[in-house]
Design a protein around this ligand. Structure first.
Ligand code: PPS
Length: 288
């Protein structure tokens, strides 16, 4: 196994050494964005793969070929990952790039360009549940321990990739300085058609009705779950143990209700309020 037990620390955040090295992180921080680049920024488990698929198809105007033949990590590689340089497509048009890094690490590089950022957030209760299950399958992440332990570490910002609160507040507090489009997993769930059309218009890439129809069909949970280019079944078992669960797990809003005890919910609520009280951000999800 390749650096499976190693962790990298970056600005106080712990990241899996299987995917990150000090060098790959240094490279990410000083990356020269082009004005035409489009960066998908998310905290893990917030709908990154969904957004990668939507943007691929917006730029292909509904042509399914890239989505059906190229894995998502090659179509929209993670800036901070070790393989980024070899995956980045040197095409003239928009390069799709993904990141889970916090805003403070990338804002200086982004400010030097007009690169577009799409920040996608998700109800942290559902993020936490999805992340917990993902830890069981991803062998490059530590054993999550009990659900209760993981929940405490998540609220404390002590999980890999750091604090959800800092991530969301960091990116969204810079909405005005960056070319940033903010959207949530819940928006996509509520009205995928409207969300895709808004995104396409903002990207300056409006869609014909037929292209939109194809995108909606292809980006449904059931369709993406079967697409090997996005469901991570191409990743070998030593890295993702598919017997422990599926990457495309449930794809629902509010799955936390089937996981949290009343006590866990109370604690989550209290810490959510405490952590978000210094922020005037409005979120598109219900915490009850
Ligand atoms: S990662 O590992 O950070 O890239 O994960 P990420 O892609 O951000 O999040 C994975 C969760 O997104 C769900 N997903 C979807 N939900 C609804 N519709 C579609 N099309 C879709 N595609 C991915 C995926 O199932 C994970 O959520 P959970 O709650 O675990 O099912």
């Amino acid at each position: 196994m390749d650096r499976m037990e190693v962790t990298e620390t970056f600005d106080g955040i712990v990241l899996p050494g299987h995917l990150h090295t000090a060098e790959s992180l240094r490279f990410a921080r000083s990356f020269q964005f082009r004005d035409t680049d489009v960066l998908i920024a998310t905290y893990p488990k917030s709908g990154t793969t969904w957004m990668q698929e939507i943007l691929t198809l917006v730029y292909s105007q509904g042509n399914l070929q890239p989505a059906q033949t190229i894995p998502n990590w090659a179509r929209a590689p993670w800036l901070e990952h070790t393989y980024f340089k070899e995956m980045l497509r040197e095409a003239d048009g928009p390069r799709l790039i993904t990141t889970h890094l916090p805003c403070q690490a990338l804002a200086p590089a982004l400010r030097k360009s007009k690169a577009k950022v799409i920040y996608m957030a998700r109800n942290p209760k559902d993020v936490m549940v999805s992340f917990y299950h993902f830890h069981k399958l991803a062998k490059f992440l530590p054993d999550p321990g009990s659900f209760d332990d993981f929940l405490m570490r998540f609220l404390d910002g002590k999980v890999q990739y750091g604090s959800w609160f800092d991530h969301v507040k960091g990116w969204l507090s810079r909405q005005k300085e960056l070319e940033l489009f903010y959207i949530t997993y819940e928006d996509l769930h509520q009205d995928l058609g409207r969300s895709v059309a808004r995104l396409a218009a903002w990207l300056g890439c409006p869609l014909q009705e037929e292209a939109l129809r194809v995108i909606l069909q292809h980006c449904s949970f059931s369709s993406m779950r079967e697409n090997v280019m996005v469901n991570y079944t191409l990743i070998p078992r030593e890295i993702m143990d598919h017997s422990q669960g599926r990457f495309m797990r449930k794809g629902t809003v509010g799955d936390w209700r089937d996981h949290f005890t009343p006590l866990q919910n109370m604690l989550f609520h209290r810490l959510y309020r405490e952590n978000m009280q210094d922020s005037s951000l409005r979120f598109h999800w219900t915490m009850d």
